[in-house]
Design a protein. Structure first.
Lengths: 232, 232
């Protein structure tokens, strides 16, 4: 989040993204390898490395690193919680798990399904430029944070006046930050560069085939630092 | 964030907190020891342990752990960034660093000053119950997330219509989540329990002597798990 990209990128996106559109049936689901249990820097050591780095190489990241990254962001880290569902790496309001991660790779956009730990095809084509300008558009992974208001279908969200209120907004933006915090720290622990920023909210709802209850909020770009050595 | 505390605690706080009020001059500033550079679990291993735990012991945490916790949350992790100021462990909108951490300890409330890494006295007295009910009110540390809208004094926040708009709110709630993500992962890396939740927004602005530009958003309770062994 910095001055240049955090506030000023929104109006410019229409002319930046390519017109690549295609059908998701061109893409196959990606079964991600199991996320690793350990490795990389400690939390304290990673926090010393945590920063925004917008200078990101187009170099692809290995499938195991992508798997670890998405799991770190908002994967399932425990089963059979008292409330009846799987627990996630990031908290959410009343465990609504209201944020979905749409992942733009060079070949297409996928929805991250946390329980099977799998990428479900959404649309083929290169939509990474919907995330941002310059290096961001060529970075190997762009994660779009999308809230699904339909996830607020149960109590206590059915209280009068609560639906899509300022209170609910505060919940889903905090939930976005909690996931983004995981992404930043995972990146720092692995020597990856990460950059959280605004994104196109005009074209993506249609292109990503979102329902009216879904809203694109922010995006997070991750890859190897362009100005550094490839980490171990 | 869970059903019981995340949504329903707000109206009940007026009768829960004690009436302890005093003068901050009763308290002395606390110079925190330098945050440690390493130690505890890796980021991946901590993510496997990340969860909300509301069952928190009243046992105090050592000063070095408190120092590490607050630094992890939103401390200074690098000097002389290109934009001219110190870098922090959590990103913020256009580097506004708009969130302040008010820390309620048993003896009083302090403001965390990141650059000197120090706790500045705000008010003496036990205000931990302003954070939540039951165990939360006796937990050793309660962190209140407070946005300071005066930090948005520079471009690009001076654009017309932006001040305290929905856009700005999205920034400070995401910034809160980014800090809270650090707190959750640091806690998980050290075997501490953590619980992010709503808090009293009615009494705290006056009690914490906030300016009109400041707003209390959420709170985070941290301590040793009451149901587990004290970690190493």
């Amino acid at each position: 989040m910095n001055r240049r990209t955090f506030l000023k990128t929104l109006p410019a996106f229409g002319v930046l993204a390519g017109t690549a559109t295609s059908f998701s049936q061109d893409l196959q689901p990606i079964s991600l390898p199991k996320p690793e249990k350990d490795g990389g820097k400690s939390v304290l050591a990673a926090l010393w490395e945590r920063k925004t780095n917008r200078n990101i190489s187009p170099q692809k990241i290995p499938m195991q690193v992508l798997s670890n990254l998405l799991w770190a962001a908002f994967g399932v880290n425990r089963e059979n919680e008292p409330f009846g569902g799987p627990g996630r790496t990031a908290a959410s309001a009343s465990n609504s798990q209201e944020i979905d991660l749409y992942v733009a790779l060079p070949e297409g956009v996928y929805l991250y399904e946390a329980v099977p730990h799998r990428l479900r095809p959404v649309v083929a084509g290169d939509f990474r430029a919907r995330s941002g300008r310059r290096a961001v558009a060529t970075a190997p992974v762009n994660i779009f944070y999308v809230v699904d208001l339909a996830k607020y279908s149960k109590a206590p969200f059915q209280e009068p006046g609560l639906k899509d209120s300022d209170v609910v907004k505060s919940y889903y933006y905090v939930a976005t930050g909690l996931i983004a915090g995981n992404v930043y720290l995972f990146a720092a622990s692995q020597g990856l560069a990460a950059h959280f920023h605004n994104c196109d909210k005009t074209n993506t709802p249609r292109e990503f085939k979102l329902r009216p209850e879904q809203r694109v909020l922010f995006a997070h770009t991750v890859g190897y630092p362009a100005d550094g050595q490839r980490p171990r």
